[in-house]
Design a protein around this ligand. Structure first.
Ligand code: BTN
Length: 328
């Protein structure tokens, strides 16, 4: 019903009467009113005037290159922006640009409104509906050594967390290494992929998916995912958030490139770390064990205190956290 009413409103330059909509679609006035309310919640501005009906006055924010460029307050990032209404995956496209040697010195930001094959970590898919969320990938060619580059994904997690805290005052946290959670549910995921040739970094793609204005998740994600809209009860501008993330990341990545480690960012990262001093379960491919999260080191490895008091450094492998995502 929502779609039918929206189409009707889009096709009309003048008010469309409620009665007309009821008759056309064979539904009650309440059903029409409810659908209009749902459209308003999705960001559509719909005016209603007695005896005249409904008029579509604004649509949800559209992302565009101009929109992002005009809001950027950075010195060099990103060197270029590519925007797509629909794409399979911004990570896939950014990687293709990298393989074709089209890496700009200051990076290329690939942004899409909708992804048909959004990639999550560990071969999962990333829910990517149109008109709601942020799907972006930053293509970079960091001039640092291969051993140190993986920390860049933690840098992005920190920049996004700070941007969200600054813009919305939200109590966001980082689930090591790079999930951003709010009140125990996932708000943002990061998928970093890279290519190495002859022991040198050819390029790095940092893919970011942020649940911004999505109001409802598929059943299987309901208990574990959230969005800015659900946390703040208000639609948010995607372009504004993208611009703030670029600003924060520009500062942070400069510090990371300079030291080739997280020494200058580690302390702040830890203030966001949900695993800090929490009992965690470390799940490795062949075994799992428990310990207490004790922060990260300069390389971005998670330090875990084992029950016998020894400290273990965790580089890869998934860490599940008690109380986060609603599971133990
Ligand atoms: C995760 O599983 O937590 C990581 C999700 C990363 C999703 C983003 S959306 C933009 C970019 N393009 C992709 O195909 N994936 C990443």
């Amino acid at each position: 019903m929502k779609t039918k009413i929206l189409t009707e409103l889009k096709n009309s330059k003048d008010y469309v009467s409620g009665q007309q909509l009821c008759e056309k679609f064979g539904v009650s006035r309440t059903a029409v009113w409810k659908a209009v309310e749902q459209l308003r919640e999705s960001g559509y501005g719909i005016e209603s005037v007695r005896r005249k009906g409904y008029l579509l006055v604004s649509r949800p924010e559209q992302i565009s290159v101009e929109e992002i460029q005009s809001g950027l307050n950075t010195r060099w990032l990103p060197g270029k922006i590519c925007y797509f209404d629909t794409i399979d995956s911004t990570n896939r496209y950014a990687d293709q640009l990298g393989r074709e040697g089209k890496v700009e010195k200051d990076g290329i930001l690939v942004v899409a409104d909708h992804q048909t094959m959004g990639k999550g970590r560990r071969g999962r898919t990333w829910v990517s509906p149109a008109g709601k969320n942020i799907f972006m990938s930053l293509l970079l060619k960091p001039g640092i050594s291969v051993e140190n580059v993986s920390g860049i994904t933690l840098v992005m997690a920190l920049s996004i967390s700070r941007a969200m805290q600054m813009l919305y005052g939200l109590p966001v946290q980082i689930k090591w290494p790079n999930d951003i959670v709010c009140r125990g549910k996932k708000l943002c995921g990061i998928l970093t992929e890279m290519r190495v040739e002859e022991n040198e970094i050819s390029h790095v793609v940092i893919g970011v998916g942020i649940n911004v204005n999505i109001e409802e998740f598929p059943e299987e994600l309901k208990d574990t995912a959230t969005s800015l809209y659900l946390e703040l009860q208000q639609q948010q501008s995607r372009s504004r958030l993208i611009c703030e993330i670029m600003k924060q990341f520009e500062q942070d990545v400069e510090r990371f490139y300079r030291t080739e480690n997280l020494s200058e960012l580690q302390e702040e990262y830890q203030t966001y770390l949900v695993n800090q001093n929490q009992e965690i379960c470390v799940i490795e491919p062949d075994k799992s064990y428990r310990g207490i999260g004790r922060g990260i080191n300069e390389k971005g490895e998670l330090l875990v205190e084992l029950p016998d008091g020894t400290m273990k450094k965790i580089y890869a492998g998934e860490v599940s956290v008690r109380g986060v995502y609603g599971y133990v």
